[in-house]
Design a protein around this ligand. Structure first.
Ligand code: NAD
Length: 261
């Protein structure tokens, strides 16, 4: 039980990966506060957390708004008295049917929306969570970036706003790691590659021709897509004290398709 006694906030907790992070943290002893703008999906995550034996609170909010981040941190403190772990997972949005896949197609509206959900949400949640974590002199913050932050891969449909926002998440990670490290708070990132976390991405993958799928997989050293639980394992490592001397890194979870020098 790596997270016994710990309190975790998971953003984007109604989504495919967010639900898995929340349930896995609970399975290992954490009490979890989930936040998302989708109430129905959050309720299903609550059921998964409780089935895993964890205590649960939900906050329905848009994290592009600063009151959302303050509300979720306030809920953790009111309900459970502390805040140990923050997983900044809210975001996504590069592979939907309407997503732009070039600078020429990106609209200012989609740019702002993707930057808000992938980057601004992480900034606001770190700012809000840092206060109680500093008081405790303990905290584990994990920012979910993407392989799109590491490489412009012509074999997947990716929005430039998404790539830019996720790249900025890595800059924010380094900056916050340096600022918060003296208080015993680690800040790190993960950069997963395409993971079939739910119906939207499953449909995206299934729309690709066998040749395109093959071209994509040939650049992956392990020659397969990840099981979503393999991404969860990497995030939970960074949430746990197993990573006590790891700060400011980006952990690539991509099967060896982008290898940082
Ligand atoms: N699945 C992948 O292939 C993959 C790969 C790399 C990175 N990621 C990242 O992992 C994270 C989770 O991905 P997923 O596949 O579970 O996607 P998902 O769409 O299932 O989940 C994302 C959740 O974030 C929520 N969200 C977005 N903006 C928000 C906001 N402003 N306020 C509150 N909630 C907000 C959405 O409502 C959704 O429930 C995302 O940040 C995504 O970019 C996913």
């Amino acid at each position: 039980m790596r997270f016994a006694g710990k309190v975790a906030v998971v953003t984007g907790a109604a989504g495919g990966l967010g639900r898995r992070y929340a349930a896995s943290l609970a399975r290992e002893g954490a009490r979890v506060v989930g936040v998302d703008r989708l109430a129905e999906g959050l309720q299903r995550t609550g059921e998964a957390v409780e089935a895993a034996g964890g205590a649960w609170r939900a906050v329905v909010s848009d994290l592009a708004d600063p009151t959302g981040a303050e509300a979720v941190v306030g809920t953790a403190l009111d309900a459970f008295g502390r805040l140990d772990i923050l997983v900044n997972n809210a975001g996504g949005g590069s592979s939907g049917p309407d997503a732009a896949s070039s600078v020429a197609e990106e609209t200012l509206e989609s740019w702002r929306s993707l930057v808000d959900s992938n980057l601004t949400s992480a900034f606001l949640c770190i700012r809000a969570a840092a206060k109680p974590m500093k008081r405790q002199r303990y905290g584990k913050i994990v920012n979910v970036a993407s392989r799109a932050a590491r490489i412009a891969d012509p074999n997947v449909q990716q929005s430039p706003a998404y790539a830019a926002a996720k790249s900025a998440v890595l800059g924010l990670t380094r900056f916050a790691a340096r600022e918060l490290g003296p208080y015993g708070i680690t800040v790190n990132a993960v950069a997963p590659s395409l993971t079939l976390s739910g119906p939207v991405l499953e449909a995206y993958w299934n729309r690709m021709s066998p040749e395109d799928q093959d071209r994509y997989l040939r650049q992956v050293a392990l020659r397969r897509l990840p099981d979503p639980e393999e991404v969860v394992a990497a995030v939970l490592f960074l949430c746990s004290d197993d990573s006590s001397y790891v700060a400011g890194v980006c952990l690539d979870v991509n099967g060896g398709s982008f290898m940082a020098p």
